[in-house]
Design a protein around this ligand. Structure first.
Ligand SMILES: Cc1cc2nc3c(=O)[nH]c(=O)nc-3n(C[C@H](O)[C@H](O)[C@H](O)COP(=O)(O)O)c2cc1C
Length: 164
């Protein structure tokens, strides 16, 4: 099974999730995973249609996807065999860290705010959606970091077992 992971990151945590997925997937038999910056992938010879699964990850800031990511989905949706989407929604996931809700509730909130409207708008189906944490810095000071490696690994395991 060939899996391509494309990420659109601003501060590096969407990239870290992609690399964590790729490292994990490449330990599995019969799986070959490649992670790549979305911008670099669009200017390279990578052929999306040659991959069984495309995982696309996007950084969320002020409620917005990183520019260019939705356009990429719109232009390439017909080439994608199976799609899984994830967002890095650091502030939303931090709610669970602070005990304001469960992890599941925070993930569902992030998916409903940042992924569902995009799927609806572009008429896209996915095999799995996900939301992970990230880091919030202000003037070089870390305000919080809600990224957790185990959340990324668990999601990736679910993806593999759901993908047939
Ligand atoms: C200016 C700013 C705005 C942010 N806005 C949101 C937001 O609207 N919702 C959210 O869940 N997280 C928000 N975050 C947290 C980001 O999701 C977090 O920084 C994440 O790491 C971004 O992904 P990236 O590291 O790949 O760029 C914000 C962070 C910053 C610095």
């Amino acid at each position: 099974m060939k899996i391509l992971i494309l990420y659109a990151s601003r501060k590096g945590w969407t990239q870290k999730s992609a690399e964590t997925m790729s490292d994990y997937l490449n330990t599995l038999e019969r799986v070959c995973a490649l992670s790549c910056n979305l911008r670099m992938a669009t200017s390279s010879s990578i052929k999306i249609e040659e991959f069984d699964i495309l995982i696309l990850g996007c950084s969320i800031m002020a409620g917005f996807w990183k520019p260019g990511t939705k356009k990429f989905l719109k232009r390439n949706k017909h080439k994608i065999n199976k799609l899984a989407l994830y967002v890095s929604a650091g502030a939303t996931l931090e709610k669970a860290n602070r005990g304001k809700c469960s992890l599941e509730e925070a993930v569902n909130l992030a998916i409903s705010k940042y992924i569902d409207p995009v799927k609806k708008k572009y008429k896209i189906n996915t095999i799995l959606d996900g939301a992970f944490g990230g880091q919030y810095d202000s003037n070089g000071r870390i305000i919080f970091n809600s990224w957790k490696k185990e959340d990324v690994i668990t999601w990736t395991q679910n993806l593999v077992s759901n993908s047939g």
